[in-house]
Design a protein around this ligand. Structure first.
Ligand SMILES: Nc1ncnc2c1ncn2[C@@H]1O[C@H](COP(=O)(O)OP(=O)(O)OP(=O)(O)O)[C@@H](O)[C@H]1O
Length: 310
């Protein structure tokens, strides 16, 4: 059976002949925390709404849990997209109770458990209109969790939150993923925060999915390394292994060697020259997460990246 929780094939949606989502193919695997990254207006919400069934695609195919999207598979999704649709005059518990009743659930214990999970007091009579933004977001997440979803979709859940509020949401996402084995899609333009929790990323720009990449692949791409081109790659590798203890490296086409070990380039130069190996180029390659993302999603307007949090 497929391990894909979501599979989008050639999905498109246009408004007034302009593509909000332009023929995208996307796969989200069981257990992923899928960081969906793009600038404002890139098409994140529209894509997520199509997965949830809130917007119908113009074309393409949506598979959920290995089968064509249907009422049963859609019920396995919990989502918080845009606002949570809260009743401002009512308490957290009453808001949960109304949604639970609408879903045909009659489990007061579950409501207490979920409110505890999101660190809200289920006995409090405080109306939601007096909640902070972080409290409202946490309540929205608790409501999304009411049906015990296998897939949780959160659209910009940390937008506008302070660092403490962001940390609480992050810890909750990690708990649900690790303990409850929930697959989670989280869209954001706050790159540094996403990079702390995402296990895979999808980058969207002008409605097109530019790239999907795993955390491990990204880490490799963003590693610093010494790149060089030599005329005898086999001999160079043997020498650098034996003389300088080189262990972490990759050999690429056209006699190109990438060294990830912390090795002094002057030493490399000396040893290769002493052994008659010609070096045609040598430089340090450095690409940080921020530039990697920004190169793909475009520009840096509306995209936050706080390096101190990395
Ligand atoms: N109901 C709609 N009617 C008309 N245009 C729409 C509608 N929904 C989205 N769009 C347009 O589609 C494009 C993608 O919007 P979408 O909300 O999916 O982007 P986004 O990446 O989620 O950005 P944001 O973070 O600003 O919500 C935008 O140009 C937007 O104006």
């Amino acid at each position: 059976m497929s391990s894909d929780v979501v599979e989008l094939t050639n999905i498109s949606k246009a408004y007034k002949h302009i593509y909000a989502v332009d023929h995208i193919n996307m796969k989200i695997k069981k257990g992923d925390i899928y960081g969906f990254i793009g600038r404002n207006g890139a098409g994140k919400s529209t894509t997520l709404k199509m997965i949830c069934g809130l917007v119908s695609p113009d074309s393409g195919q949506i598979k959920l849990f290995g089968e064509e999207r249907n009422r049963m598979s859609a019920r396995r999704i919990g989502s918080l997209i845009e606002t949570a649709g809260l009743y401002p005059g009512m308490s957290a518990y009453d808001n949960m109770d109304i949604k639970a009743t609408a879903m045909g659930l009659h489990d007061t214990q579950k409501i207490h458990e979920l409110l505890k999970l999101v660190k809200l007091d289920s006995k409090s009579k405080k109306p939601v209109k007096k909640f902070s933004l972080g409290m409202k977001q946490r309540l929205g997440i608790a409501m999304a969790l009411l049906g015990n979803p296998d897939l949780l979709i959160l659209d910009e859940p940390i937008n506008g939150l302070d660092p403490e509020g962001i940390r609480e949401i992050r810890e909750m996402i990690q708990y649900l993923n690790e303990t409850k084995k929930m697959t989670i899609i989280i869209s954001s333009h706050i790159l540094g925060e996403l990079s702390k929790i995402a296990t895979r990323y999808g980058m969207i720009r002008d409605g097109k999915l530019i790239e999907e990449i795993s955390k491990e692949e990204l880490a490799l791409k963003c590693m610093d390394y010494l790149s060089m081109k030599v005329d005898n790659i086999q001999k160079a590798v043997t020498l650098l292994e034996t003389k300088l203890g080189m262990q972490h490296y990759q050999v690429h086409e056209q006699n190109e060697l990438w060294i990830f070990d912390d090795i002094d380039s002057a030493q490399v130069n000396l040893i290769l020259a002493q052994n008659d190996i010609a070096i045609s180029s040598m430089f340090y390659q450095k690409q940080d997460l921020e530039s990697y993302f920004l190169e793909r999603i475009g520009g840096n307007d509306h995209v936050e990246y706080d390096k101190s949090r990395n």
